[in-house]
Design a protein around this ligand. Structure first.
Ligand SMILES: *[C@@H]1O[C@H](CO)[C@@H](O)[C@H](O)[C@H]1NC(C)=O
Ligand SMILES: *[C@@H]1O[C@H](CO)[C@@H](O)[C@H](O)[C@H]1NC(C)=O
Ligand SMILES: *[C@@H]1O[C@H](CO)[C@@H](O)[C@H](O)[C@H]1NC(C)=O
Ligand SMILES: *[C@@H]1O[C@H](CO)[C@@H](O)[C@H](O)[C@H]1NC(C)=O
Length: 960
C-alpha cells in the first residue's frame, strides 16, 4: 500500500456513511394500489379462464377518407366490452378505437377511449360538478413536440375497401383489406417498410409483422382491461368473473385514505409481447439495472412521480420522473412502445424461455394512447420517439461545463468566495447554484435581504468570467405573500376535491401550488418571472437560470410524498389523470417565461427539473435526485443515466459525490472520474454535509478532482457536438454498449461501461473502493488509451483486464474516430471560445482511416437556427491523407469557428500506419511542407502548429 492510499483509508474511517434509505412504507406496493392489484388479479384469472369479453363491432368499422383522392387517414371502429348477465340483458360498453399511421409510415398509433354518450350504463349524478367527465385525452398537448394533438396523420392510400386483393404493384402505401369474415381479421399493410398489421375482430388482438416476421403482439395474453364507468350502486353487475373489486371506490392505504375516488374504477391495461427479443429497456426513472428485470415474482416497475429522498437501489419503486417508452432490440430489428399516459402506471415484465419479452402496462385512469415504433437499430426508436415528443434542446455551452452546487451558498460573499477559490486553484467551472435558502423566508421570487441584497451585482461579478447562476424556484408557493395572493386572485392554483384552493405543506410551511396545466397559471407564472428578473434586476443580466425542484409535486403531508389524487387541475381533470405530466408543465412554462425574458439577447434559457415526462427533453435538463454519498449510488448512477439517454432525455446527471452524507476522499476521486462523463456534470451536497468544494480537498484528492474537471473541459467541443447531434435526432450522449453494437448479444446486459455519443470514447469508470484493475468488454477493433494513446488490439469481442490506479480512468478512443479537443485551461467555457483545437486521430487497424465531426456555434443564442454555425468533418483516408471538409459555414459570423488547429496527434500502432518525417499541407492553391514529429517513447505522431483553421478546407498528405 502506498502512502497516498494509506492516507485515503485513514480518512475513510473518519467519514462514516449513513446507513440511510428511503422510508418505503410511505409508498404503495402493487397489492396496496387498487388498480394494480385488480389488474394483476385479472391477468392471472383471464389467462386461465380463456374468456374474451372484447370484440370489434364489424358494423362500426370506418375508414376516414379524403374525398379528393381516396387517400385515407385512419381506421375507426368500436370495441365492444360485454359483461355477460344471466338474469338480465348483457351489459355492452362502447370503446371507440382509432388506428392511424404517423411520421411517414414509421409508426403506428392507436387510441381507445370510452364513449359516454352511448354507454347506457352511465350515471353522472355521483360526481362533482367540478370534474370533467371525459377521460383525460390531452397528454399530447404536453408530450408531443408541437403542443397540439393535430399531428399530421400520414394519409393512407387504399385500393378500395371492398376489394380483397391488394395490389402491391401499384404505388400503394397502405392497403386496407376487407375484413376477412372467416378469419375475422382486417389486414393493413405498408409496402414501404413491409409493415403489416392484423387487427382481429373477435377478440381485439393486434399483430404487427415486418415482412414475414411477427414482431409485436398486442393483447396476445388477453390482459386488455378497460374499467368502464359505472356507479357504485351498479357496480355489482359491471364486474367480470375474473375481476377483483379491491378498492374500486375507496383507497384503504394508510397514507391515502382521504382519496374520494369520485369516478370509481377507471383503469386501463394492455399486454405487449415482443417476439424474438430477449430484453426490454426504458421506462425510467428507476434505480435499477439498464435491462429491465422479470417482475413475475416481484413488484412491477412503477411510474409515478414522487419525492424519494435516499431512494432504494435495485428497486422498481417509483422516482421523480416517468418516461413511458419501452424499447427493445435484437441484431437486426428494434421496437418501441410509447404508452402516452401520465397517470399512476405499473409495468410487469416477463421473459419466456422461448425468446419472448412480455409486458403488461396498467394505468389508473385516462385513455389508451399507444405508439409503436419500428426500426433497424435501437437508435432508430429514440429518433422516432423524439420526432414525436421533440428533440432534446441544444443547451447553453456553459451548461455542459462543470456546475458547483450546494444546499446552500449562504450569501453573496460565499458565492464570490467559491468563485475566487476555484480560480485560485485553477479549477474551471461555469455554473454556481443557489438552493432554497437564498430566498426571503422560502418565498420564491424574492431574495433574502441580508444575504443577497444586491443580486445584480453578484450576477455581474460572475458574468465577468462568463459564469452563470442558477436559482431554485419551485411550484409550491408560501401562503400569504404577494405571489400566493396573486395566484389566489387569478384563480391560478391547484384546487382540492371540494373546489377550494388546495393548501398543503412543503418547505415554506403552508403552501399552494401553481397550476401550470392551464393558460391562466402559465400567464401568472410568466408575470412572476418578468417581475423577478426584468423589473427587479438590471436589464443587462442574462446569466440567471432556473432550477425547478420538488415539482412531482412533493408535498410533505401529501399521500405517498405527493399530491392527493383527487386534487383538481385546469379543465376539471383530476391529479389522478395528469400526475406524471404536472412537473413537465411547470418546467416548460418556466422555460417559456425565461425565453421571453431573454428574447432581447436571444439567449437560450437553462432549466433544471427534478420531475419529468416524455417531452421534458425539449426544455430542461434533469438529475437523479437525492442520492447518497456511497459507492452503491455511484455505481447505480450509470444505468440510471443510460436509461434516460435511450428514451430521448439525455441531459441528465447524478449529484457528485453523493447528495446526502460525506463521501470518502477515494469516493470523491472516483465520483468525479465518473461524473465528468455525465451529460449534466454537477456537484451537489446536502445542507448537513461537510463542505467539499474541490479547492477544500486535501492535496492529492484536489489534484485528481481538478484533473477530472479539466478533462471534461478539454473534451467540451466533443460533448457539445454530441449535444448538437442529439438535438437533431435524439441520440444518446452517454450511450449503452448495445446501442453501439446491437449485433452482439453479449452487450445487452452491460450497463457499467458506455460510449460518449457517436464519438468513439469508451469508458468504464471505477465504482468500487480499493479497486485498481477492472474488466472491460471490447468489441473487435483497435482501442487507444485516451491518455497514453497506447494501442490495444482486440481480435474479437472479449473482456480485457485494464489497470486503473487511483489517478486513472479506464477510457479509450476506438480506432476510426477523430476528436476535437481544447487543451488550454480557462476559468470557464466562455473564455475558451477562441482557443485553438488539438486533433486526436485514432486510425482503424485495417485501412488506417478515421473521421470526426465538429459543431460550433456561439454557444448561447438561438442564432444557430438561422444558420450561424460551423459544422466540419475531418477524415483520415487510406493512411495517407488527413483532410477537413466543411459541411456548413456560418452565414454571417466572421469569427465564429475561425480558430486554429494548434496540434494534430495521431495515435499509432505499428500495424496501423507508417508515417515519414514530413507532410505536405494544401490549402486552396497554396502548398507547403511541414515537419512531423515522432514520439520515440510511444508510437504517436505529432504535427505542431500546422497553421490550418477549422473553418477552411485543407488537406495534409503524409510522406511514407
Ligand atoms: C374513390 O373511390 C370510389 C369508390 O371506389 C370511386 O368511385 C371514386 O371514383 C374514387 N375517387 C377518386 C378521386 O379516385
Ligand atoms: C394521395 O394519393 C395520391 C395518389 O392517388 C398521391 O399522389 C398523394 O401523394 C396522396 N396524398 C397524400 C397527402 O399523401
Ligand atoms: C378529448 O375528448 C373530448 C370528448 O370526447 C373531445 O371533444 C376532444 O376533442 C378530445 N380531445 C383530443 C385532444 O382528442
Ligand atoms: C412541428 O414543429 C416543427 C418546428 O416548428 C416543424 O418543423 C414541424 O413541421 C411541426 N410538425 C408538425 C407535425 O406540425
Amino acid at each position: 500500500m502506498n502512502i497516498f492510499l494509506f492516507q485515503l483509508f485513514l480518512v475513510t474511517i473518519l467519514f462514516i456513511d449513513p446507513s440511510a434509505a428511503f422510508t418505503d412504507y410511505l409508498l404503495k406496493k402493487c397489492n396496496q394500489a387498487g388498480f394494480c392489484q385488480r389488474n394483476r388479479h385479472y391477468a392471472t384469472n383471464i389467462q386461465s379462464s380463456h374468456n374474451s369479453y372484447y370484440l370489434i363491432d364489424e358494423q362500426s368499422i370506418h375508414i376516414d377518407l379524403d374525398n379528393n383522392n381516396n387517400n385515407s387517414s385512419s381506421l375507426r371502429a368500436n370495441i365492444i366490452k360485454t359483461i355477460p348477465r344471466n338474469d338480465i340483458e348483457d351489459i355492452m360498453v362502447e370503446l371507440p378505437f382509432k388506428l392511424t399511421f404517423q411520421n411517414d409510415w414509421q409508426s403506428v398509433r392507436f387510441t381507445i377511449d370510452e364513449s359516454f354518450d352511448s354507454n347506457t350504463n352511465d350515471d353522472t349524478e355521483a360526481e362533482s360538478p367540478l370534474l370533467n367527465k371525459h377521460r383525460y385525452n390531452e397528454t399530447g398537448l404536453w408530450s408531443f413536440m408541437n403542443h397540439t394533438d393535430s399531428l399530421n396523420n400520414t394519409p393512407l392510400q387504399f385500393e378500395k375497401f371492398e376489394t380483397i386483393q391488394s395490389n402491391l404493384d401499384k404505388f400503394v402505401n397502405f392497403v386496407f383489406q376487407t375484413p376477412d369474415l372467416e378469419q375475422n381479421v382486417i389486414k393493413v399493410y405498408n409496402d414501404i417498410n413491409q409493415l403489416e398489421i392484423h387487427l382481429f375482430l373477435d377478440s381485439f388482438q393486434i399483430l404487427i409483422f415486418q415482412g414475414e416476421d411477427l414482431i409485436l403482439s398486442i393483447n396476445d395474453r388477453s390482459l386488455f382491461n378497460f374499467e368502464h364507468h359505472r356507479s357504485m350502486e351498479q357496480n355489482f353487475q359491471n364486474v367480470l368473473p375474473e375481476e377483483s373489486t379491491y378498492n374500486m371506490f375507496a383507497d384503504d392505504f394508510e397514507y391515502s385514505k382521504g382519496d374520494h375516488v369520485p369516478f370509481g374504477p377507471e383503469s386501463i391495461a394492455l399486454d405487449f409481447t415482443f417476439n424474438g427479443f430477449n430484453s426490454l429497456y426504458g421506462i425510467p426513472e428507476h434505480a435499477d439495472s439498464l435491462r429491465l428485470r422479470d417482475t413475475s415474482n416481484d413488484e412491477p416497475y412503477r411510474l409515478f412521480n414522487v419525492d424519494v429522498f435516499q431512494y432504494n437501489l435495485d428497486s422498481r419503486m417509483p422516482m421523480y420522473g416517468a418516461i413511458p417508452l419501452l424499447l427493445t432490440s435484437n441484431k437486426d430489428k428494434s421496437v418501441g412502445v410509447f404508452w402516452n399516459n401520465p397517470a399512476d402506471t405499473w409495468v410487469d415484465i416477463h421473459y419466456t424461455d422461448n425468446g419472448l419479452s412480455q409486458s403488461h402496462i396498467m394505468s389508473e385512469a385516462g385513455i389508451i394512447d399507444v405508439f409503436v415504433f419500428i426500426g433497424e437499430k435501437p437508435s432508430d426508436i429514440t429518433d422516432q420517439f423524439t420526432q414525436l415528443t421533440g428533440r432534446p434542446t441544444l443547451p447553453l455551452l456553459s451548461s455542459i461545463g462543470y456546475h458547483q452546487c450546494r444546499w446552500n451558498y449562504n450569501d453573496e460573499l460565499d458565492v464570490l468566495n467559491v468563485q475566487e477559490n476555484m480560480d485560485r486553484e485553477d479549477i474551471p467551472f461555469d455554473f454556481i447554484w443557489l438552493d432554497l435558502e437564498y430566498t426571503d423566508d422560502k418565498k420564491y421570487f424574492t431574495w433574502k435581504p441580508d444575504s443577497f441584497g444586491n443580486p445584480g451585482r453578484m450576477l455581474k461579478k460572475l458574468a465577468k468570467y462568463g459564469r452563470q447562476l442558477a436559482v431554485l424556484i419551485d411550484p409550491h408557493i408560501k401562503t400569504q405573500y404577494h405571489i400566493s395572493e396573486e395566484i389566489k386572485r387569478q384563480e391560478a392554483g391547484v384546487l382540492n376535491a371540494g373546489g377550494d384552493l388546495y393548501v398543503g405543506r412543503c418547505w415554506p410551511g403552508d403552501s399552494i401550488w401553481i397550476d401550470t396545466m392551464g393558460k391562466i397559471g402559465q400567464r401568472v407564472w410568466d408575470g412572476f418571472f418578468k417581475d423577478f428578473i426584468t423589473v427587479k434586476l438590471p436589464s443587462y443580466i442574462d446569466n440567471l437560470h432556473i432550477w425547478n425542484d420538488m415539482n412531482e409535486p412533493s408535498i410533505f403531508n401529501g399521500p405517498e410524498t405527493t399530491a392527493p389524487k383527487d386534487l383538481i387541475h385546469n379543465g376539471g381533470f383530476e391529479e389522478r389523470s395528469i400526475h406524471n405530466v404536472y412537473g413537465l408543465t411547470v418546467h416548460e412554462t418556466t422555460y417559456d417565461s425565461m425565453k421571453d425574458i431573454y428574447g432581447i439577447s436571444d439567449k437560450r434559457p437553462f432549466i433544471l427539473t427534478r420531475a419529468f415526462f416524455a417531452g421534458s427533453q425539449r426544455s430542461a435538463a434533469t438529475w437523479t435526485g437525492d442520492n447518497i454519498a456511497n459507492w452503491d449510488y455511484l455505481k447505480a448512477s450509470i444505468p440510471m443515466i443510460l436509461s434516460n439517454n435511450i428514451v430521448g432525455m439525455p441531459f441528465i446527471g447524478a449529484d457528485i459525490a453523493g447528495f446526502d452524507g460525506n463521501p470518502t476522499p477515494e469516493l470523491i476521486i472516483r465520483w468525479y472520474q465518473t461524473g465528468l462523463w455525465y451529460p449534466f456534470f454537477r456537484a451537489h451536497a446536502h445542507i448537513d454535509s461537510i463542505r467539499r468544494e474541490p479547492y477544500l480537498l486535501e492535496k492529492p484528492v484536489r489534484d485528481s478532482v481538478r484533473d477530472s474537471i479539466r478533462l471534461r473541459y478539454t473534451l467540451l467541443p466533443t460533448f457539445y457536438s454530441a449535444f448538437h447531434e442529439s438535438s437533431i435526432n435524439g441520440n444518446a450522449i452517454m450511450k449503452p454498449m448495445f446501442f453501439q453494437y446491437p449485433e452482439h448479444n453479449e452487450l445487452y446486459d452491460v450497463d457499467n461501461q458506455f460510449y460518449l455519443g457517436n464519438y468513439g470514447i469508451l469508458v468504464k469508470p471505477i465504482t468500487s473502493p480499493e479497486t485498481f484493475t477492472t474488466t472491460m468488454t471490447f468489441p473487435k477493433g483497435i482501442f487507444y488509451d485516451l491518455t497514453t494513446l497506447k494501442a490495444l488490439v482486440v481480435d474479437h469481442l472479449k473482456e480485457v483486464e485494464i489497470d486503473a490506479p487511483i489517478a486513472k480512468i479506464p477510457a479509450f478512443i476506438e480506432g476510426g474516430h477523430i476528436l476535437f479537443k481544447r487543451e488550454i485551461y480557462r476559468r470557464s467555457s466562455k473564455l475558451m471560445v477562441n482557443d485553438p483545437y488539438t486533433l486526436l486521430v485514432a486510425p482503424t487497424l485495417d485501412n488506417g482511416s478515421a473521421s470526426g465531426k465538429l459543431y460550433v456555434d456561439d454557444g448561447e443564442t438561438f442564432s444557430y437556427e438561422n444558420g450561424e454555425y460551423l459544422e466540419t468533418v475531418v477524415s483520415l483516408l487510406a493512411k495517407s491523407i488527413l483532410k477537413n471538409d466543411i459541411v456548413h459555414i456560418p452565414v454571417n459570423a466572421d469569427c465564429l469557428g475561425n480558430t486554429m488547429i494548434e496540434k494534430i496527434v495521431i495515435a499509432m500502432d505499428s500495424n496501423t500506419m507508417d508515417i515519414g518525417d514530413h507532410a505536405t499541407i494544401k490549402i486552396g492553391s497554396e502548398t507547403r511542407k511541414i515537419e512531423v514529429e515522432h514520439d520515440d517513447g510511444t508510437t504517436t505522431v505529432i504535427i505542431k502548429n500546422p497553421q490550418v483553421r477549422v473553418n477552411e478546407q485543407w488537406e495534409i498528405s503524409f510522406s511514407i
